[in-house]
Design a binder for this molecule. Structure first.
Ligand SMILES: Cc1cc2nc3c(=O)[nH]c(=O)nc-3n(C[C@H](O)[C@H](O)[C@H](O)COP(=O)(O)OP(=O)(O)OC[C@H]3O[C@@H](n4cnc5c(N)ncnc54)[C@H](O)[C@@H]3O)c2cc1C
Length: 360
């Protein structure tokens, strides 16, 4: 509104009009005065306990004052809020007072517990449910979804590109979901909640090193097959009977599994498909790696020099590919999880494909 009240006008002892500094006159029957609250901490002045300029008792993350063994909690304190880089804040809500008391009690019992919570307020007035989560101080924009006139909306308070707080009326359970995401240490961006902003260009998660290794692996694989086939033929009659069968089986399994493995690796990495890439990783770790190690280390297999060379090269490929695939898989699953969480905050992408209504 960017204005102030200059006069309240009455008629027969009852409020009738409010005059703004701009000169505008508003009709009014009731006046609600929001003047804030001042903590009654004057009695602590001589105690040596740190009190800030506004009268709040200053505590650390363990709800302890500057005097060891003296704790404070609730509306009367300022404490470091992890969510806002440990800025000292005062949050006068019931949930926070409850959490403060719990943390203070744990630390009195020497449990060494730091406060880490997302401020959360809920209330209900005239049958309307109101929720608020986060800490909106310093916000520079508000993104509103829903219908303000119908009193059914959610307001995201943003600072630069980040959502710092959210308030809702009759729009459950969105505020609880935002609180969950913030509590998990994830940031919510403005573009995740503002339907007017385009979604960011999809970040490429496919691993280039993995793709290069897979390419050379595919080229090298026929050479490995040929060399191993020839070596097996050369030493076949010199092997004990059960080793003949064992090596033949190992050769066949390695060849078949390698074909499937390389295919899954290509698809999984290039198309960023988590199940395929996980299959690639499992085949590498559970089949190829043990079999190759067996061929390389068991002295009864009669290791010929060419065999040692091709097996070692394949092992080197395998080891590097496992590391690269693990890193790519981790990045893909993290993005998938983030997308899963954030989809629900944007109108138009929240379950409407399935024909569901927004949350009530
Ligand atoms: C009208 C109103 C509505 C609210 N609605 C909501 C809501 O809907 N949702 C929500 O989350 N929060 C709400 N709050 C805020 C919530 O009530 C407070 O955040 C919460 O009660 C704080 O708890 P506290 O223990 O820190 O302080 P308090 O509950 O205020 O308790 C402090 C106690 O200390 C006593 N005291 C003070 N000085 C002394 C002294 N010198 N010696 C001994 N005792 C002393 C007081 O009498 C009081 O009993 C509301 C607050 C008000 C005033």
């Amino acid at each position: 509104m960017q204005t102030e009240v200059s006069e309240l006008r009455e008629q027969e002892g009852k409020l009738k009009e409010v005059v703004l500094k701009s000169g505008k006159v508003l009709r009014a029957d009731v006046c609600v005065v929001g003047i804030g609250a001042v903590p009654a901490t004057g009695f602590l002045k001589q105690s040596g306990i740190n009190i800030d300029s506004k009268g709040f008792i200053v505590v650390n993350k363990m709800m302890q004052t500057n005097i060891p063994g003296v704790f404070a909690a609730g509306d009367a304190v300022t404490f470091p809020l992890a969510l806002r880089n440990n800025k000292k804040v005062n949050v006068p809500h019931w949930q926070m007072a409850h959490m403060h008391g719990r943390i203070a009690a744990l630390n009195m019992l020497a449990h060494g517990t730091e406060i880490s919570t997302v401020p959360y307020l809920w209330t209900a007035m005239f049958g309307k449910s109101i929720r608020y989560a986060g800490h909106g101080e310093g916000f520079d924009d508000v993104v509103i979804q829903g219908d303000l006139d119908e009193l059914k909306f959610v307001a995201f308070y943003t600072k630069s590109d980040e959502v710092v707080a959210v308030a809702s009326m009759n729009y459950d359970p969105i505020v609880s979901k935002v609180a969950e995401v913030l509590a998990a240490g994830r940031a919510i961006r403005k573009r995740d909640v503002d339907p007017a902003l385009p979604c960011p260009v999809h970040e490429v998660l496919a691993s280039l090193p993995l793709q290069v290794m897979l390419y050379f692996n595919v080229c090298f694989f026929p050479c490995w097959c040929l060399a191993e086939g020839m070596m097996l033929q050369l030493k076949y009659n010199l092997l004990p009977r059960y080793y003949q069968l064992l090596l033949l089986a190992a050769f066949l399994i390695l060849t078949l599994a390698e074909g499937a493995r390389l295919y899954l690796g290509y698809i999984g990495n290039l198309q960023e498909k988590v199940p395929e890439l996980a299959g690639f990783l499992l085949l590498s770790l559970l089949i190829q790696l043990p079999l190759l190690l067996f061929l390389l280390t068991d002295h009864l297999t009669i290791r010929l020099p060419l065999e040692l060379a091709v097996h070692s090269l394949l092992l080197a490929f395998l080891t590097c590919e496992v590391v690269a695939a693990f890193l790519a898989l981790r990045a893909m699953s993290r993005q998938l999880a983030a997308q899963f969480y954030l989809r629900q905050f944007k109108v138009g992408s929240r379950g409407d494909a399935a024909g569901h209504d927004p949350p009530h």
